[in-house]
Write a new protein. Structure first.
Length: 141
């Protein structure tokens, strides 16, 4: 029910993001989705990849500070109000959304939203009860 996301600390300096993505490419890691949030000194690069454990391994071997995080992937309609409906279900369940980002899937026509929430199991259950489809790691690629 959950998806594994790899997070990497990247120095907030010219060329460091390019260096990090080049390192991943040179090690055969294909980025499927990404989000980056920055602060004054560093950014947090969050990526969804085909093989998250392998990405984590090569990044650690390359000296990067990284971790694996469980997130929820939700299939989202291309229609007005689709995101609002999902967020309303989550809010009514009293689940905190820490962050979210979207990407297009390759197997199915449509998009996915990635949600980092404070209670994945509860969120999965309330979304399923509302008829909102979640996705596994392998379904999205």
């Amino acid at each position: 029910m959950s998806v594994k996301q790899v997070s990497v600390l990247v120095e907030n300096e010219n060329g460091k993001l390019a260096e990090t993505t080049r390192f991943l490419a040179q090690n055969g890691i294909n980025l499927r989705a990404l989000s980056i949030a920055d602060t004054e000194n560093f950014g947090i690069l969050r990526v969804i990849v085909d093989e998250p454990e392998e990405a984590l391994r090569v990044l650690k071997e390359g000296g990067y500070i990284t971790k694996l995080t469980e997130v929820l992937a939700v299939s989202i309609e291309d229609a007005p109000g689709a995101l609002s409906r999902i967020l309303t279900v989550i809010a009514e369940a009293d689940v905190k959304v820490e962050y979210t980002y979207a990407f297009l899937g390759t197997r199915a026509k449509g998009a996915y939203m990635i949600f980092r929430v404070d209670n994945i199991e509860k969120t999965y259950q309330v979304l399923a009860a509302a008829g909102i489809k979640t996705a596994e790691q392998t379904e999205m690629f």
